[in-house]
Design a protein around this ligand. Sequence first.
Ligand SMILES: NC(=O)c1ccc[n+]([C@@H]2O[C@H](COP(=O)([O-])OP(=O)(O)OC[C@H]3O[C@@H](n4cnc5c(N)ncnc54)[C@H](OP(=O)(O)O)[C@@H]3O)[C@@H](O)[C@H]2O)c1
Length: 308
Amino acid sequence: MLKYVYNNMLKILVAGGTGLIGSNLITKLKQKNYKVVLLSTQKNKADNQSIFYWQPAKNELPEAALEGVDICINLCGAGIFDKPFSAKRKKELIDSRIISTNVLFEGFKKRKTPLMHYIGGTATGLYPNICSDKLTEDYTKGEGFISNLVGDWEKATHQFNDIATLVSIMRTGIVLSEKGGFLKQLATPIRFYVGAVPGNGQQIISWIHIDDWSRMLIHLLENKIAGTFNAVASHPAKLQVLTKEIAHCLHRPLLLPNIPIFALKLIFGERYQLLLTSQNVSNDKIKNTGFKFDFELSKMALQNLLEK
Ligand SMILES: NC(=O)c1ccc[n+]([C@@H]2O[C@H](COP(=O)([O-])OP(=O)(O)OC[C@H]3O[C@@H](n4cnc5c(N)ncnc54)[C@H](OP(=O)(O)O)[C@@H]3O)[C@@H](O)[C@H]2O)c1
């Protein structure tokens, strides 16, 4: 397969690039000399040169942000676990993903030049909550709010097939980073000796090290690979095991008993179901394209992230 030429001529627009995954990715793209510009809904971050302010909810996207852009990466989305699932919050979770994708699509459609590659990050929350089967990319969609949200998000992404030469989706599992997200939420109480495993701990977590996530995106980009790919490491781990490994890396004992389901319901409301999700997601498809993960085992990933 032909590779893109590595030079600073290729211009990449990252929407939602100020977040956890985006910041990691952008550092790696810049190290490779790509010219990167961002779209942010935070006006104070914008300089109208490298970061452009946009308001997808008002259908406002500055044309200048799309000028000369060859590749668009969309990582937009309000934090799924950040706030209780009220009707208003559910609408924010949907709109921040689907409206932003639609607004980007309309913006690029108006432009004369086609996009080389559009890459959207979505989530393994599309799949049903089962771990008896390996969840491959063609597995049936699950039921419920998150599965429906991801289904609609991917439908919106497929619109780009009309205007981009290549369209890829990274259907992402739990991203492990010491800077935020799942790992920070689990590790922080452990650091303070109050860590405990949510539920019975038998939930299977399909995780990916944040550096592998960014490397996987760059692999799709540089090898011109289109399609939908699960972004997870090869060996999902039980939550009980992950929690013990985190405690080991942080040199802390796990003193408290597991948190029972009724307490999770009380604390997190409808979101408690996310903590009980158990999915054994396959990464065979991306490995078959030649991609090699640096972190295959949770122990290695956690040591790398927590013992620096
Ligand atoms: N982290 C994970 O474990 C994980 C797993 C599966 C899927 N994902 C998905 O991957 C994407 C990136 O994840 P992340 O962990 O980097 O999340 P993050 O840190 O919360 O970043 C998400 C980005 O979305 C943008 N955003 C927030 N609200 C928005 C809105 N209303 N309209 C448009 N953009 C908005 C924000 O950029 P500005 O504030 O600059 O606009 C923010 O930088 C998200 O869609 C997330 O659902 C993440």
